[in-house]
Design a protein. Structure first.
Length: 636
């Protein structure tokens, strides 16, 4: 068990928490919540022995194996599957001992080691690793690709798979869903529910917490309080206390009244009935959880668009894709003012392709695109965080959009996004991922769009900011198209779900809560088809001979693609090495002084060029990898 006895922890002069006095028993799954900077990650560092308590005591069983997700991954030549298997250090130790015993001719030692290998399920290690990789969105060809060939987000998935591979007694996960899509999040939930050890989980995804944890350790005002039950149960208990903060609670009720007014106004109007009913359901949920967020530092809303034409945007007989490769086709797709659409689909099905095409960042391969004259798109995607200017402050970013605006007005606006006081005047170079995401959202809100295209907007955002975004989207008068692994945001925002699957976009007839069952059915059908084909092939000697001939022909046909993949991987390695060196130079705080302004601009321009090169090579690598996989499936 983990025992915290009157424990206090400081970072510099700041007391993160004190008088922490609680016990976590074996097998419990505990969600760790609290505002950014409250000490959640520092508590993990304490458990890992990287920090020491200032006062009090912490203890855990000395023989416990602890697994956690590394924040960095080496640019190694090891294949993805070998890198994941390395997460089971005990297994690797046995395998190394077997090699040494074989070299020494020690048969008795080999026999003992083979028994140990059997005991730790070592013979199934490649299968276990492949299952983890598949669950986290990797394809079969990805298993043999070198780690250095993957981009940063996919390397984080590899690190997560490596941590899950460890036969641990205690698993520490810090925001594991940040780099996952909804399919992978659902798979990870199932895996963690079955995990037999003790789990400590930091997450800002309320549905994920609700499904996985049975206790919540909440950190606020320098204290850690342990609550029984999942996250919703914790919220209800905390509501009772925070609802007493009447002035803040009253303001929140006015926000809810605004949504209720929309429902009452349009409930009887046929064209708005579906939206009204959807918002009524979201409103009922929001009324239950609202008091738990009365002390949130985030308060903002989308101002009404200057113009709101209908339809806003439409595609007809559209073919979407990249580099001439067709990914999606739609006969007709229309976005009207007031639409609230959530986008579902497997990883790689084409959700981001659709969003980029609608945003105008990716041209149609064929077909027609029609925009309203006054269309104003607000597009949020993760790559936009990299397009911020590190040397500028939040206020200066807004001044680039509106040079005539008064600074006090801009600072007041930014305060609703958590940039209060001097924080609004600090250069953003050292800002966290969450702060940069909030700034991108602030820039988007300030421009008063009438169509919002949001591709995973909650990555790096904490629970309070996610709740504020949910509130603001409820009252937004334009159209919203949303891709998110945060089901609470999808549930409270989307009136209609679209499914991107098998190159088409269709309406998903059920709810977001039914999507995991749809996924399970699809996976069952795929496995059944694969087993059927395999059985037919295995029972025919002639079939086996023919298969060998076909495999030889397939290798010859696929050789150019395989060769091109390796070339692209070498290019990526070179570009990433250059980017790492460049990032080291950009981390020099002296670089942001006035005297080195020209040098900073030159380095930033070089990094922007590198980012474009990396993105182009990665897009080509993904396209060829998918093409290779499709050919292997079609011919295999």
């Amino acid at each position: 068990m983990l025992k915290f006895n009157n424990l206090a922890l400081r970072r510099g002069t700041k007391c993160l928490f004190e008088k922490a006095d609680f016990t976590i028993f074996p097998g419990q799954k505990v969600g760790l919540t609290g505002a950014n900077g409250s000490g959640k990650s520092s508590l993990f560092a304490l458990i890992l022995g990287e920090l020491h308590a200032d006062t009090g005591e912490f203890s855990l069983p000395p023989k416990w194996e602890i697994a956690h997700v590394a924040q960095e991954s080496p640019a190694t030549d090891s294949s993805a599957i070998d890198y994941v298997i390395d997460g089971d250090a005990g297994l690797r130790a046995i395998q190394q001992s077997l090699v040494e015993a074989g070299a020494a001719g020690d048969g008795a030692r080999q026999a003992v080691l083979h028994a140990e290998l059997e005991a730790v399920d070592g013979y199934r290690a490649p299968s276990r690793a492949a299952t983890l990789l598949h669950g986290l969105g990797f394809s079969s060809p990805d298993e043999v690709r070198p780690v250095k060939a993957f981009s940063g987000g996919w390397r984080m998935r590899l690190n997560l798979a490596r941590a899950l591979m460890c036969r641990s007694d205690l698993l520490l996960l810090d925001e594991p869903t940040n780099h996952l899509d909804l399919d992978a999040v659902i798979w990870l939930e199932d895996w963690l529910r079955a995990y037999p050890g003790t789990l400590l989980l930091i997450s800002h995804d309320r549905d994920f917490l609700d499904t996985v944890v049975d206790q919540v350790a909440h950190m606020e005002q320098g204290r850690i309080t342990l609550y029984s039950g999942n996250y919703s149960a914790f919220e209800r208990i905390r509501c009772e206390r925070l609802a007493q903060q009447q002035s803040a609670f009253d303001k929140q009720q006015r926000d809810i009244d605004h949504i209720r007014h929309f429902v009452d106004r349009f409930r009887a109007k046929a064209s708005k009935a579906r939206q009204a009913q959807s918002r009524l359901k979201a409103l009922q949920r929001m009324e239950q959880i609202a008091p738990a967020h009365v002390d949130s530092p985030f308060h903002f809303e989308f101002l009404p668009p200057e113009k709101n034409p209908t339809p806003l945007l439409s595609l007809e007989r559209a073919v979407m894709g990249y580099s001439g490769r067709e990914v999606l086709t739609v006969e007709r797709l229309v976005l009207n003012s007031g639409d609230r659409i959530g986008l579902l689909g497997h990883n790689g099905a084409g959700k981001s392709t659709l969003v980029r095409t609608l945003a105008g960042e990716q041209p149609l391969l064929d077909g027609n695109r029609f925009e309203a004259q006054d269309l104003k798109i607000g597009y949020f995607a993760q790559h936009q965080l990299e397009q911020l200017h590190p040397e500028l402050t939040p206020v200066e970013h807004l001044l680039r959009l509106d040079p005539r605006a008064a600074e006090p007005q801009l600072r007041n606006f930014l305060g609703g996004f958590g940039f209060s006081g001097e924080r609004a005047l600090d250069p953003i170079a050292p800002f966290s991922g969450g702060e940069k995401a909030r700034l991108v959202l602030a820039l988007l809100v300030y421009q008063r769009p009438n169509l919002l295209l949001l591709d995973e907007p909650t990555n790096h955002l904490d629970l309070e900011m996610r709740q504020a975004l949910s509130f603001s989207l409820q009252s937004f008068e334009g159209a919203v198209l949303l891709v998110s692994h945060d089901r609470h945001l999808m549930r409270s925002t989307a009136d209609l779900l679209w499914l991107v699957n098998e190159g088409k976009v269709t309406e998903f007839p059920d709810t977001i809560d039914d999507y995991p069952r749809w996924l399970a059915r699809q996976q069952s059908l795929t496995l059944a088809e694969e087993r059927s084909l395999q059985e037919v092939a295995e029972h025919s000697a002639a079939g086996r001979k023919e298969r060998k001939r076909q495999e030889a022909e397939q290798r010859q046909r696929l050789q150019p693609l395989t060769k091109r993949l390796k070339e692209l991987e070498r290019e990526l390695e070179v570009f990433n090495d250059r980017k790492d060196l460049l990032q080291q130079r950009l981390s020099d705080s002296d670089l942001y002084g006035e005297k080195r302004k020209d040098e900073l601009k030159s380095l930033l321009a070089e990094r922007a060029g590198l980012d474009r090169c990396i993105e182009e090579v990665e897009d080509t690598w993904i396209r060829i990898g998918e093409e290779l996989e499709e050919l292997q499936k079609a011919e295999g």
